[in-house]
Design a protein around this ligand. Structure first.
Ligand SMILES: [Zn+2]
Length: 295
C-alpha cells in the first residue's frame, strides 16, 4: 500500500515535471515570439533625402553621447537591449547629395566622425492650381512678412530641449485621405516650388487634429503660406507641425498629452481645399511623416 502510494506520487511528480517542462517550453516559445515581433519604437530606417538614418553609437559610459549633423544636434535614444549602445535618429534633408555623410560624435575621446550612407531617391512631380495667385507669386509688400515667418519657422524647428524618449512612433493626427505624400516636386500655377515638406491629409473643415504624441506647444501663428499653425516639441529636436488649421485650441508653452486636440482642419494660408499639412522634423530637417506611423 505504501509502495503503491509512493509509485503514484512518483508518477504524479513525473506528470507534474512533464507539465512544468511543457509550461517552461511554452513560455520560451511565447517569449521568443515576443522577442521576434516587439512593438516598434523607432521610425523606419530609410537613408534617402527626406528620410531617416538610424546610426548605432557605442559609448563607454552609460549616459548618451552627443552627436551633430550639419551642426544640428541629433536625437539620441538608448538601444532597447544592449547596454551602452545608443542610436542617433538622423533627419536627412531633401536637398542633400547621395553618398557618405558624417555625424560628429562628442565623447570623452573628443569629437569623432561616424559615417552613414545616403542613397538617391527621386520623388514624383505634382501640378497644382492655386486660385489665389498671390499665394504663389507674392507681391513685393508681402515679402518682409514671408521672410520673418520663414525665420520664425526655422527657429521653431531648431528648438532643442532634452526629453527622455522611449518611443518615436506617432499616430496619425487626423482622420482622412492621405491626399499628397511627402517629397513631391511641386509645380503651382506652372511655377516650380520647393518640394512638399509634409504629408497632406484631406478632411472636412472642422475635423479635430490631435497630438500624435505628448509634447510642448512651442509656437503658434497665422502665416502667409502655412495659415494657422501649431508647432509641437516632443524633445531632442523631434518637432511636429500642423498647418492650414481652421481653429487653434492650444497656446504656446502648453504641455499636451497624446490624443489631445490641437485645433481643427481648415484651408487657411496657401491651400487648394481643407486639409492638414503635417510636418515632422528631426535635427532641424523635415522628414517623411509616414516613416513614424505604423497604422
Ligand atoms: Zn502639404
Amino acid at each position: 500500500m505504501l509502495l503503491l502510494a509512493k509509485r503514484q506520487s512518483l508518477r504524479a511528480l513525473k506528470n507534474l515535471g512533464l507539465q512544468i517542462l511543457l509550461i517552461t517550453s511554452l513560455n520560451v516559445i511565447t517569449l521568443a515570439s515576443y522577442a521576434e515581433c516587439p512593438l516598434p519604437k523607432l521610425p523606419r530606417h530609410m537613408n534617402v533625402p527626406g528620410g531617416i538614418a538610424i546610426v548605432a553609437l557605442e559609448a563607454t559610459t552609460n549616459y548618451p553621447p552627443t552627436a551633430f549633423y550639419n551642426n544640428q544636434r541629433t536625437l539620441i535614444i538608448a538601444h532597447e537591449s544592449k547596454p551602452n549602445v545608443w542610436r542617433a535618429i538622423v533627419g536627412i534633408p531633401l536637398d542633400v547629395k547621395p553618398g557618405l555623410h558624417y555625424l560628429e560624435v562628442v565623447s570623452s575621446n573628443g569629437i569623432e566622425p561616424v559615417e552613414f550612407y545616403v542613397q538617391s531617391k527621386t520623388y514624383p512631380r505634382e501640378k497644382l492650381k492655386i486660385r489665389n495667385h498671390r499665394k504663389v507669386q507674392p507681391l513685393p509688400e508681402d515679402l518682409p512678412l514671408i521672410e520673418a515667418q520663414y525665420l520664425e519657422t526655422i527657429r521653431s524647428y531648431e528648438n532643442w530641449e532634452y526629453r527622455d524618449l522611449e518611443s518615436l512612433v506617432l499616430q496619425l493626427p487626423t482622420e482622412g485621405r492621405r491626399s499628397s505624400p511627402f517629397g513631391l516636386q511641386r509645380i503651382m500655377n506652372n511655377i516650380p516650388q520647393n518640394p512638399h515638406s509634409g504629408l497632406d491629409i484631406a478632411a472636412p473643415k472642422g475635423t479635430p487634429v490631435i497630438a500624435p504624441k505628448s509634447g510642448k506647444v512651442i509656437n503658434t501663428g497665422d502665416y502667409f503660406y502655412s495659415g494657422k499653425i501649431v508647432f509641437l516639441d516632443h524633445g531632442q529636436g523631434f518637432i511636429t507641425s500642423y498647418c492650414h488649421l481652421d481653429t487653434v485650441a492650444v497656446t504656446t508653452g502648453q504641455e499636451v498629452q497624446q490624443g489631445e486636440v490641437l485645433g481643427t482642419v481648415g484651408n487657411t494660408g496657401r491651400a487648394t481645399g481643407p486639409h492638414l499639412h503635417w510636418s515632422v522634423s528631426l535635427n532641424g530637417v523635415r522628414v517623411n511623416p509616414e516613416l513614424f506611423v505604423y497604422e
